[in-house]
Design a protein around this ligand. Structure first.
Ligand code: ZN
Length: 273
């Protein structure tokens, strides 16, 4: 082999190695940027869901008072409920809930007391909230590339129940202090719940989308201030708040997660994924 050919070979190997770099953990294991753009969560119209998203961002960033927030929340939830039923949204009981991480079950919920601690939590504290009224569902991802170690593919985040996508953060970059990373809020009017799915890698829904139990929301990722740190195993962070009396109150849904069905039980066809 001539020296020139050898250099060509080295150059070729260099290019191929660049193409095969694993997704960078520091970028929150995001995949194709086009997918992120498509699901950036920007609502085109002034819909109840878009208004809730704006409101939720004000709460998140601490730029609205608790009193004002409480007043606005009740009005917004009424509007969301009307919009949901007008657009054909159905109510699903907890009996039809689907475990929100495809291929996993409640055994993957981590932490002492299953990680659930409602003490100190307040929705109106936004990004500065205390407590952890939530369940962290860990996936098999020892090298933290957001791919299932056994299957080599991203792990799907599924909608636990039915409802409407009312808030989204579709953009998250390293250095952001946002704890939830790329998150999704779903409002379930039938059960009067707000469901929060955080640390996603990619999002597959938009604000205003109506979802059923088991429907694809996105993929498990590492987006979020702490979720990105190497000490944090890759997981979905799931919070469920009940809003019956106008105040979002944490709900311990551990038993519901244990009893939740798997999407495979619905068969291969249909919309749920
Ligand atoms: Zn968590």
């Amino acid at each position: 082999m001539t020296i020139i050919k050898f250099h060509k070979l080295l150059f070729f190997i260099f290019i191929v190695s660049l193409l095969q770099l694993p997704c960078a953990p520091q970028a929150g294991c995001r995949s194709a940027s086009t997918e992120t753009q498509v699901s950036s969560g920007l609502a085109k119209n002034d819909t109840p869901s878009a208004r809730f998203n704006t409101f939720n961002t004000l709460i998140r960033d601490g730029t609205i008072s608790r009193n004002e927030g409480t007043k606005r929340l009740n009005t917004l939830l009424l509007e969301l409920r009307e919009d949901y039923s007008r657009r054909g949204g159905q109510d699903f009981s907890k009996n039809s809930w689907i475990f929100p991480v495809k291929g996993y079950d409640a055994k993957s919920i981590g932490g002492s007391n299953k990680g659930y601690s409602a003490s100190g939590y307040d929705y109106f504290s936004g990004n500065r909230h205390g407590g952890h009224p939530s369940f962290d569902i860990f996936i098999r991802d020892r090298n933290q590339d957001c791919l299932d170690d056994q299957l080599g593919v991203p792990v799907k985040v599924l909608s636990l129940g039915g409802g409407m996508v009312v808030a989204i953060e579709g953009v998250w970059e390293q250095g952001s202090t946002l704890r939830g990373g790329k998150y999704i809020w779903v409002y379930d009017p039938g059960n009067e719940l707000l469901l929060y799915y955080a640390h996603n890698g990619t999002l597959s829904v938009r604000i205003g989308d109506i979802v059923k139990p088991g429907e694809l929301l996105g993929t498990v990722g590492r987006s979020g201030l702490n979720a990105l740190k190497p000490r944090s195993p890759t997981h979905l962070h799931l919070t469920v708040l009940e809003v019956k009396d106008g105040r979002p109150t944490p709900l311990n849904i551990y038993q519901d997660l244990v009893g939740a069905g798997k999407v495979l039980s619905l068969g291969m066809g249909g919309k749920p994924d």
